[in-house]
Ligand binder design. Structure first.
Ligand SMILES: Cc1cc2nc3c(=O)[nH]c(=O)nc-3n(C[C@H](O)[C@H](O)[C@H](O)COP(=O)(O)OP(=O)(O)OC[C@H]3O[C@@H](n4cnc5c(N)ncnc54)[C@H](O)[C@@H]3O)c2cc1C
Length: 523
């Protein structure tokens, strides 16, 4: 067994955990973060993509509304590269309660969420596809955010401050030394070895799995209810602004433009388990119907991909046990295991939103410093992260502009997402042993309209050519990637997307016979 040592061990490589490790490293602690798979494969990589202005919660959850308003302004500043500053609209459609709009305005004033009413004609000029029957329109500071870019920026910043980030390290045991948590034992899935990490302090940032991790530390009863939601990516940007229905939060009432597509979502139902990712056909129909209310003709666009995620909803034992998950607080939850369980050296931070990840990190690291009796100020809101120093936000044409400059000598691997060969080679050099799902997260391989039909085998060939993957391993990576993509394709197969899937199937089965290739299982 290998043994590592640190001041602070962070469990969980989602937005919250990466925010915590950056914060603690910037305050001068020697930190290690462990994540059981790749970074952002929990809820953070399965969300809707909205950097909330707070508008959505002005009535249903005022505390979250204020937190979102303040934090989204900070995130736009420190993680500019991950943000597309689309702006947002709240519109009253013919299906919405017209009285809600005045309550919405009053709620925004009370919670400090910047909102401005604009003439309906201006809203329709800005977004010509939205429902022409809207009766009121409000401008808000919504934006869209790329969760993976946000994670990597936090990772780079944390590493620059001396932290170690260990993906594919699965915590199997939280180590207790009497009344103190003394670290954890992990299984390193890539190298098939066991690693013991001795830590002065351990922060549980396990999202919906935080209860399981607290159980391992013998601190039972941390109840995190998974609030499952479905989202569907449509094949192009039907809107360029985030468009919300001005109504009590409900299903399918937000359309978010993200990169080359737009995403409708979401539902919110209690799931049986944090790992329940099933998509039901009635949920798909519900999303497409909701899309029609916002954008008439929505169903004629092509649904590209569907996925689900589960919100970590911390259950306040004093709240109504019968309340549905949409009415649980979206606020962050800090669980102090010293006062609650008499266990020192251990804190849990869960709940919240991706938008409030930095505040969650600040809150838990402040609490840790208080327990350790050390005063070290948080500076995460002041310093821009690597890649965002110039404050420039992402813009849709950026990949095209880069491609135009390098046109003559840079071959495209993925036409939908304009992913050049050079970027793949650079990414493979930075992350030896990366699989095709990692390439998807890093470079958006297979996320455009053809869903990997043309680019996947090219990328596999390039990884093989680089000597990174022997032929049977490369074949296995290809097969695994196609199987993972299929999970999100199968629930939405109809119309043009069915034709696309048949073409892709012919390429992979008819031409390459992928299912019968000799493979060695990927690690
Ligand atoms: C459908 C849906 C839509 C959403 N939309 C938005 C939105 O538009 N905007 C917004 O701001 N928020 C949104 N959210 C909320 C937001 O996505 C989450 O609050 C946030 O991503 C949670 O981040 P996290 O780091 O706390 O949890 P996670 O991202 O789940 O991270 C926890 C990590 O812990 C790891 N882990 C678990 N067990 C272990 C172990 N034993 N060992 C090591 N690692 C372990 C997991 O693999 C995981 O990566 C949405 C959520 C859902 C479900």
């Amino acid at each position: 067994m290998d043994t590592l040592e640190c001041d602070v061990l962070v469990i969980g490589g989602g937005a919250t955990g990466l925010g915590v490790v950056r914060d603690a490293a910037m305050r001068g602690f020697r930190c290690i973060l462990v994540e059981r798979v790749d970074l952002g494969q929990g809820t953070t990589g399965r969300f809707h993509g909205l950097l909330h202005s707070g508008g959505r919660y002005v009535i249903s959850d005022p505390r979250s509304a204020t937190e979102c308003a303040e934090e989204s302004a900070t995130v736009k500043r420190i993680a500019a590269e991950a943000v597309e500053d689309t702006g947002g609209l709240f519109v009253t459609t013919p299906a919405d309660d017209p009285d809600y709009a005045d309550r919405f305005l009053a709620g925004a004033r009370a919670t400090g969420v910047p909102v401005q009413e604009i003439p309906v004609a201006d809203a329709l000029r800005r977004e010509p596809r939205i429902n022409p029957g809207i009766s009121r329109a409000f401008e808000v500071a919504d934006a869209s955010i790329d969760a993976w870019k946000l994670l990597w920026a936090n990772q780079r910043s944390a590493v620059e401050h001396g932290a170690r980030i260990l993906p594919y390290h699965w915590v199997t045991e939280v180590v207790r030394d009497g009344d103190r948590v003394a670290g954890a034992v992990c299984h390193d899935n890539r190298n098939e070895r066991v690693v013991r990490i001795e830590a002065g302090f351990t922060v549980n940032a396990g999202g919906i799995w935080a209860g399981e991790i607290a159980d391992m530390a013998d601190c039972p009863g941390v109840t995190v209810v998974p609030g499952k939601g479905i989202m569907i990516a449509m094949n192009h940007r039907l809107v360029n602004t985030v468009v919300n229905r001005c109504e009590h939060p409900g299903d399918g009432d937000i359309l978010v433009p993200i990169r080359t597509v737009c995403v409708i979502g979401t539902t919110d139902t209690a799931a049986d388990s944090p790992d329940d990712l099933d998509i039901h056909s009635d949920e798909v129909q519900q999303m497409l119907d909701s899309g029609e209310v916002l954008v008439p003709g929505f169903r004629q666009a092509r649904a590209l991909h569907a996925w689900t995620g589960s919100r970590p909803l911390f259950k306040d034992e004093r709240a109504d046990p019968d309340a549905d998950t949409r009415h649980m607080s979206r606020g962050l939850a800090l669980v102090d295991h010293l006062s609650r369980d008499g266990v020192s050296g251990f804190l849990t931070i869960t709940g919240g939103k991706l938008t409030t990840y930095r505040l969650m990190a600040e809150t838990v690291v402040d609490a840790m410093c208080a327990q350790l009796g050390t005063a070290r100020a948080c500076t995460t809101a002041d310093e821009a992260m690597p890649g965002s120093e110039d404050g420039r936000h992402y813009w849709l044409g950026s990949r095209l502009a880069a491609q135009e400059e390098a046109m003559a000598d840079d071959q495209l691997v993925c036409e939908c997402e304009l992913m050049p060969r050079r970027r793949l080679i650079e990414a493979a050099a930075r992350r030896p042993g990366m699989n095709l799902d990692d390439v998807r997260r890093v470079l958006r391989l297979g996320m455009g309209p053809c869903q990997g039909g043309f680019c996947t085998y090219r990328a596999t060939g390039i990884l093989h050519g680089l000597g990174d993957a022997e032929a049977p391993k490369a074949d296995a990576l290809l097969l695994q990637f196609l199987q993972h993509r299929w999970l999100g394709l199968e629930p939405i197969l109809h119309g043009d997307q069915m034709r696309q899937a048949c073409l892709d199937d012919w390429i992979f089965q008819g031409t390459l016979d992928v299912e019968h290739l000799p493979v060695t299982p990927p690690t």
